[in-house]
Design a protein around this ligand. Structure first.
Ligand code: SF4
Length: 235
């Protein structure tokens, strides 16, 4: 980001106001994947690639009951595992990731999910986005989750011009205190799913009309915009 100091101050101020508005709008924003342990969240996040959280949540009760530990994934029968996760799509690749994940956790981390970014990203099927989801939500370590919604909204808010997730993470992270990163991620994702869609954002029904520099990218008529809002839940 190349903003001058004064415009940077204005950018930070507006960014934090947007975050506060979103906090009022979505007081209980959270990951829409169901989980109860770091391993379950890691597995659910891997499965969520190219599909919806809702679809993942339909298969994980069976999956988590059948494979409660990393060693269970390491020793999984591929056909059986693929059958359970088929409906999430890309099930060959996802089964590879889950079996490899189980093996890597057993070989290098004593069967436990490591609570560090630099360890998590060495695991099969785990990129920065997945690692930050797990850090933020299973370990309480602040992380920015740059998914498609987060990236799009960050650009619409003028927080970045980049489409590179690593750059977006760094540029947005610089605008907020670390302690805000995880909840900020949830709020942007929730707003992206419900109101600020990729095609036809519901600008006329958006709580951020006065703060968002991209107001007008979608219909501004309140009645038309209200019809575009998707109320959720998405899980
Ligand atoms: S005003 Fe429009 S572009 Fe801006 S956040 Fe709201 S829906 Fe998205």
């Amino acid at each position: 980001m190349t903003a001058e100091p004064s415009s940077l101050t204005a950018l930070v101020r507006r960014a934090r106001r947007i975050n506060r508005e979103l906090a009022l709008l979505y007081p209980d924003a959270h990951t829409e994947l169901n989980f109860s342990t770091p391993l379950e969240l890691l597995v659910a996040t891997i499965l969520s690639a190219q599909t919806t959280d809702k679809r993942v949540n339909l298969v994980t009760p069976t999956l988590f009951a059948r494979y409660p530990t990393a060693a269970d994934y390491a020793a999984a029968d591929r056909d059986e595992l693929e059958k359970i996760i088929t409906s999430t799509g890309f099930y060959h690749a996802k089964a590879n990731s889950l079996i490899g994940l189980g093996q890597a956790l057993c070989d290098r981390f004593g069967g436990e999910v490591p609570p560090r970014l630099r360890d998590l990203v060495t695991l099969p099927g785990v990129g920065r986005k997945t690692a930050n989801v797990v850090l933020g939500n299973a370990f309480g370590i602040p992380g920015i989750t740059v998914d498609t919604h987060f990236g799009r909204l960050a650009r619409r808010f003028g927080w970045t011009t980049s489409t590179d997730p690593v750059k977006i993470e760094a540029e947005v992270g610089a605008l907020f205190p670390r302690r805000d990163w995880t909840m900020l991620s949830h709020r942007l994702i929730w707003h992206g799913r419900r109101v600020c869609h990729a095609r036809r954002p519901a600008c006329g029904a958006c709580a951020l009309t006065r703060l968002c520099p991209s107001f007008g990218e979608g219909p501004t008529d309140p009645v038309i915009a209200a019809k575009l809002v998707k109320p959720g839940p998405f899980s």
